[in-house]
Design a protein around this ligand. Structure first.
Ligand SMILES: [Zn+2]
Length: 569
């Protein structure tokens, strides 16, 4: 109860303060603080006194979390920036010490998959940027990259937000000034993870069961959207000549290099046959980076710039790829293209827009689809996002689907039903219907995979075939000019699943972001934002894990109309 002890105030009569020391019982104070905790925005605009209370609470939270924090001097243009993040081994020990349910679940997994130096657990690193504020008025000054971690051995428990512990956040205005940007920051974080005074490479002490034990881990996956992966590793990314560093012979269409390659070795983004790509190994990627470091001192600026573009990497001496010692713990091949960003925040929305543009040639518009969505569709009770009617109304207004991943999940089954029952009977748009149907099959397979661990080989092979079919049909329907890098990135997902035995995606992190946004929004000053936001979100994670129930359970009842059984996934 240290969090809820009475708070002194210098306020005159105390009439506006719920915390006046002499008149509020501990139980009342606890209730008020819990209400504030569930709705931190309530503190906004109330006044300096209450904000002072919030700072007091922050100070008390810090007392508990401070032992797991560490400080790094990031090299910035005008000196150094003291960046505060959490040591993942120390934070894990804290979570296991404080959260009995989490400890119990962790112990079960350790019995199944012992953690040893020869067989360390798989550490999964997630990073992404989030922008506090609201959708209409985002607070770009506080745009923040956040890092969560968890372990592959937790299996389907990875679908739960609380199993991803927050280890760092850093504002973009800081990264923009940092030499090597996010790559330098991630290098510092991972060095602490594997070479700090408590670390996963030599084993960190955790208390599970009756006696302490050593716990070992190394990075097995880094999951993020492509821009975040690019920033972390210092790649040129989707806009470069080599949009995917893992495929040596993939070149951007803008380079026009394929036109000069009579051998047929070089491939474009619209190549659907994954077996035609020449994979780059970790050793080759590290060697390419090391060569850049050597050539940097020997070539002129223009020639070196061309070399970087040809390799698809930036030469960042302070970045992750430059750390030879870390290579044993984290490698480029641990990167995972995320199905959530590839499909739900990319391919699905684009194709729906292209499909509706084709429908307009038949005189069928967004407004027609909106009317279709206004029928009495019912949704599963578990579905908390906007209704089909709301989503289609916005789409009709802008004549485009620009929704979040959840919106796409809601609207896509109805669009498929619309395509099958309204468009297909016209006998028109055959190619577009084939492409749309294949894309929907891919999404459906991904949805099935999410609930499986291990994912059956047959399902993985089916996804591979459907993806190839989809890209082939897509090019036939819309042409090569509409193919995006995400079409290619998605082709990597089946091999990722083969390696991981589970489909990792970022839906869970997108949900978790909501909480961090709320915490950043509520009365934080920019000075020291990283530390205060991290402390708050770690404390919130501890609370969630303490009340967590990790047993298998049903998701709840579904209320569906007969039509929805056809249309819903
Ligand atoms: Zn590739």
């Amino acid at each position: 109860m240290s969090l809820y002890k009475k708070v002194k105030t210098s306020h005159g009569d105390g009439s506006l303060l719920p915390f006046k020391e002499s008149r509020v019982t501990s139980a009342s104070l606890a209730r008020i603080l819990l209400k504030i905790k569930s709705n931190p925005e309530a503190l906004d605009n109330i006044g300096d006194d209450v904000l002072r209370v919030r700072r007091n609470i922050d100070a008390q939270l810090l007392q508990e979390v401070e032992p797991v924090l560490f400080t790094v001097n990031l090299p910035v243009k005008d000196g150094t920036y003291k960046w505060v993040a959490a040591s993942p081994p120390k934070l894990l020990a804290l979570l296991l010490r404080r959260c009995a349910a989490y400890r119990s679940m962790f112990e079960e997994k350790l019995l199944l998959y012992p953690s040893t130096p020869e067989s360390p657990w798989g550490l999964i690193v997630y990073l992404d940027e989030l922008t506090p504020g609201n959708i209409i008025r985002p607070d770009n000054a506080r745009k923040t990259t956040v890092v969560y971690m968890s372990f592959l051995q937790l299996g389907l428990q990875l679908r739960r937000e609380e199993t991803w512990f927050p280890v760092a956040c850093v504002r973009h205005c800081v990264l923009d000034r940092t030499d090597g940007g996010a790559s330098t920051a991630m290098r510092a974080l991972l060095r602490e993870t594997f070479f700090g005074d408590e670390n996963f490479s030599h084993g960190t002490t955790v208390h599970i069961g009756s006696s302490p034990m050593l716990f070992f881990a190394k990075v097995s996956q880094v999951i993020a959207d492509e821009p975040a992966l690019k920033e972390m590793w210092g790649w040129k990314g989707h806009a470069g000549i080599k949009p995917c560093v893992f495929c040596k012979n993939l070149v951007a269409k803008s380079s026009n290099l394929c036109a000069f390659d009579d051998s047929g070795y070089l491939k474009d983004l619209w190549e659907p046959r994954v077996d035609m790509f020449d994979s780059a190994s970790d050793v080759e990627l590290w060697a390419a980076f090391d060569n850049l470091m050597t050539q940097k001192t020997m070539l002129g600026v223009t020639k070196f710039d061309k070399l970087e573009k040809a390799v698809g990497m930036n030469c960042l001496p302070t970045g992750l790829l430059a750390d030879v010692e870390l290579r044993a713990m984290v490698s480029p091949s641990s990167c995972r293209y995320d199905s959530c960003h590839c499909y739900y925040q990319g391919l699905a929305g684009w194709e729906m827009n292209l499909f509706m543009a084709s429908c307009s040639e038949l005189g069928i518009t967004f407004n027609d689809f909106q009317q279709y969505c206004e029928a009495g569709w019912m949704r599963p009770k578990a579905c908390k996002s906007s209704s089909p009617k709301q989503i289609s109304t916005v789409a009709a207004k802008f004549e485009s689907f620009k929704g979040m991943a959840q919106d796409i999940l809601v609207i896509l089954p109805l669009m498929r039903h619309f395509a099958e029952t309204v468009i297909a009977p016209t006998g028109e748009l055959t190619k577009q219907l084939q492409s749309f149907d294949a894309m929907c099959e891919c999404v459906l397979l991904l949805q099935q995979m999410k609930h499986m661990c291990p994912v059956p080989e047959s399902l993985r092979q089916l996804l591979k075939r459907e993806q190839q079919k989809h890209l082939y049909f897509f090019v036939a329907a819309y042409g090569q000019e509409h193919v995006k890098p995400k079409h290619h990135y998605a082709l990597h997902i089946p091999s990722q699943v083969e390696s991981d035995k589970i489909l990792l995606d970022c839906f869970v992190h997108e949900r978790k972001h909501k909480e961090l946004k709320q915490l950043i929004n509520s009365g934080l000053v920019n000075d020291g934002l990283e530390k205060t936001a991290l402390v708050r979100v770690i404390h919130s994670n501890i609370d969630a894990l303490q009340s967590g129930n990790f047993a298998n359970r049903l998701l709840g009842s579904f209320a569906a109309s007969s039509e929805l059984e056809v249309a819903s996934w």
